[in-house]
Design a protein around this ligand. Sequence first.
Ligand SMILES: Nc1ncnc2c1ncn2[C@@H]1O[C@H](COP(=O)(O)OP(=O)(O)OP(=O)(O)O)[C@@H](O)[C@H]1O
Ligand SMILES: [Mg+2]
Length: 455
Amino acid sequence: MGHVPSILVVDDELSMREFLKILLEKEGYAAQTAANPAEALALVRQGAIDLVISDIKMPGGSGLGLLEELRAGGLSVPVILITAYASPEDAVRAMKGGAYDYITKPFNVPEIKEIIKNALASGGPIKESEEPEGASFQGIIGQSQEMRRIFDLIRRIAPTHANVLIQGESGTGKELVAQAIHELSKAAGHKFVPIVCNAIPESLFESEVFGHVKGAFTGALANKPGLFTEANHGSVFLDEVGELTPLIQTKLLRVLQEREFKPVGSSETIKADVRIISATNRDLEAEVVDKRFREDLFYRLAVVPIRVPPLRERKADVPLLVNHFLAKYSALFGKEITALSSYALEVLMDYDFPGNVRELENIIERGVALENSNLILPESLTLSAHRRRAVQSREGEMSGDDYFELGLDEAVASLEKTLIAQALERAGGSKMRAAELLKVSFRSLRYKTKKYGID
Ligand SMILES: Nc1ncnc2c1ncn2[C@@H]1O[C@H](COP(=O)(O)OP(=O)(O)OP(=O)(O)O)[C@@H](O)[C@H]1O
Ligand SMILES: [Mg+2]
């Protein structure tokens, strides 16, 4: 077997160190422990540590401080931070500081196992020169596990001739992914030709895409090469491919099977030497099941499927994207806005971005346009109102004094309510999973959600 990954556990509590060490060793990792950040730093400096799992609040210094010292010292080992107190400021600081992930206690064992596995697979220490400060790949900004996995996949499949289907919600960056694949492929010196499938009427599709000869139909005054000819030796990007009509699906399938096509009205076949990259924001597998999309065409297009996750599932990318768009629009509008106030960033970290990166870009663009100081304040962020639930609950958050005011029973109830709401949110609304997170039975959770009127 190859290298056994070595994981360093940093926690002031002996019981926690022991618990994690046993868990890690049972998973086949080598585990070391440190009781404070200084000890941890010394161990990492010796090399040989592939991953650090650190508590945040320790008497001898904080896990966030450790993270910052590691990065300042040029050590890029992935760091997972654990805390008993979920504070949004810490989460923001952790992600901005380059933590791999941030988890709150009590965590569940399968979840932490998964995170560890992913963190180790993230390639371990990233080479400094390759990935400075803000990680980007072919103009795609991202440092989350999900995006790194996509960068990796692109790197591997771009040089092959395989057709790629990119699926993801609107605004997630599918077109950027398509361009990156083209740029890293053998077709790079040739054209990348986008075809927006639903923008061409069915009656014109064939002649636009495959061309026509003079006299093929009224108005065909001269031979005209189609988009496939334009893309010869290059890539065709079939955008919104899920919108193709059944007739066109059938025609396209034939071209892909035979690797050649005929311009409308021509008897001559032309070899189709193009790489097909397609994208859709529909769930194309579901369209296949519902018989709205041809299964055989689906398999031709999706030799390599790539799923670009929505931004709300990769919040670690938010601060990076914010900085990128701030720089872009400050320059464009001739302003000197270099940052978001930390509360404004928190608001964004809590927001779920139904319009994904495109929406974030618009938010920052408007923010830069509206703001007169050199810092963007929450008031300058325009978020779609019905999605601000999380943000509003934060505004109503309680302080220590408020709790005393309430008295113990009410305070406990209030905290209980908050935690249940948070668990439900994290569990994507699944009571079963929320109960697991809270380590209570499903029945008891159901009772409490009824009691507090949380749905
Ligand atoms: N990771 C990213 N880094 C930088 N810019 C991004 C990123 N993802 C998306 N964008 C920007 O967001 C906008 C939307 O991206 P893109 O057009 O690629 O999305 P899409 O998935 O094709 O959306 P749609 O399904 O609506 O066509 C573009 O302006 C793009 O430059
Ligand atoms: Mg697009």
